[in-house]
Design a protein around this ligand. Structure first.
Ligand SMILES: [Zn+2]
Length: 408
């Protein structure tokens, strides 16, 4: 059994009382206000005086704001989510200074995610009941799956999605375990256009059921929203809510589906090989765009990354310049071109290939070549630009925020 300690987020729906909903909505508003004011202050400090403001200075500002008549209402909500908002802004600036992200932007009332983060001093978790600061009653959480035994959440994030649903996410220490996969088991995965993914075993995984019908519903809801006149506030809000609800359902179903798929792949294989697709570049190609966004390739890759990390599997990422479609997996001959519309082809060696299965087999072979070389040994250079055809992926620490909603 592979055992490691990781932080894992467990997300559940809950149904607030009217008083709790009011308190949380007020908190979301204050979080947004504090974030935006702090961003404004930092921007002024930087543009006018070339000054970098740190977290402590922002925290002092927050204290001063609360003492003004105009902003006294900020004291009415728990102070912890407001301080967390300043920490998030600090993180956004750190990413900006390190050139990992663009300059932080203001949170808008309609567009930005409504959420508030509570650290351990601002909530109580006891006997399976979660009570937030400033609230008398525990939240009515639907515990749809079990927390790890003896789990003590370190952070609790409350959010409301665009469909009006309430969620609470608990960040806990966890020790996931899984039996070892058979020795030598490995799979190559090709991100597909016609299929969601194709495996080197020949299996084609198609998009989740209902997705096409839900997409049509989404398109209808979006057209309906576009037709509403700007002056028609109430109906526009209703139409926007409807779009949010359909969208949330699509995303939920897709996430469930991807969790099931990635867990199976990681359970059954010691080594998982994927292609490093530059999704941003592919999205420019309009024909591919729909398929890629439907497939949720980015989401799937991140699930594979953290699940391989948890369960002690090896994830190998093949360079995106690797000619997986043009290479015959039987004889190794490289074709000069392979247009996207060619789904099946016969090589001069006599082997007939399904385009995607052939690509998945090549991805697997390229990945196994790296693992055979051992750590730190680069395979031969064989691709344009002198890049090595394969690179060993350094798996980043597992995601622990809301993005990760493991189902194990
Ligand atoms: Zn061949």
């Amino acid at each position: 059994m592979a055992t490691i300690h990781v932080k894992r987020a467990f997300k559940y729906r809950f149904y607030p009382t009217d008083a709790q909903a009011a308190e949380l909505s007020r908190t979301f508003g204050c979080v947004r206000k504090v974030y935006n004011m702090a961003l404004q202050a930092r921007t002024e400090a930087w543009t006018l005086r070339r000054e970098r403001v740190n977290y402590n200075a922002m925290s002092a500002m927050l204290t001063a704001w609360k003492k003004t008549e105009e902003l006294a209402y900020l004291s009415e909500v728990s102070s912890v989510p407001l301080q967390q908002a300043l920490r998030h802004l600090q993180g956004a600036f750190a990413n900006f200074w390190a050139r990992r992200a663009k300059y932080p932007t203001f949170k808008s009332r309609k567009r930005s995610r409504k959420s508030a983060e509570y650290t351990s001093s601002a909530f109580r978790f006891r006997d399976g009941e979660l009570t937030l600061a400033k609230m008398a009653e525990p939240l009515a959480v639907v515990w749809s799956r079990q927390l790890p035994e003896g789990a003590a959440p370190s952070t609790v994030t409350v959010s409301q999605d665009s469909a009006g649903r309430w969620f609470v996410s608990l960040l806990c220490e966890d020790r996931p375990t899984m039996p070892n996969a058979p020795a030598g088991s490995a799979v190559g995965i090709d991100a597909g256009i016609t299929a969601l993914v194709t495996l080197s075993t020949g299996e084609k995984v198609t998009n989740p059921r209902h997705e096409r019908r839900d997409r049509e519903r989404l398109a209808r809801a979006q057209r309906n929203l576009a037709r509403k006149a700007p002056g028609d506030g109430a109906n526009r809000a209703k139409a926007r809510f409807k779009v949010g609800r359909v969208y949330a359902r699509i995303a939920d179903r897709r996430r469930d589906f991807l969790h099931e798929l990635t867990t199976r792949l990681v359970r059954d294989n010691q080594v998982v090989v994927i292609e490093d697709l530059a999704v941003r570049n592919m999205l420019k190609n309009r024909r591919l765009a729909r398929a890629i966004s439907d497939a949720g390739w980015t989401e799937m890759r991140s699930m594979l990354e953290y699940k391989c990390e948890w369960y002690g599997r090896e994830l190998v990422v093949v360079d995106r310049w690797f000619p997986s479609s043009k290479l015959c997996s039987a004889c190794g001959i490289l074709r000069s071109e392979m247009p996207l519309n060619v789904r099946e082809w016969t090589c001069d060696c006599g082997t007939t290939h399904d385009r995607d299965v052939n690509a998945a087999k090549n991805i697997l072979a390229a990945g196994l070549a790296v693992t055979a070389c051992g750590d730190g040994v680069r395979p031969q250079r064989s691709t344009p630009g002198g890049q090595s055809s394969v690179k060993q992926e350094v798996v980043p620490p597992p995601r622990t925020r809301a993005a990760a909603q493991p189902r194990g």
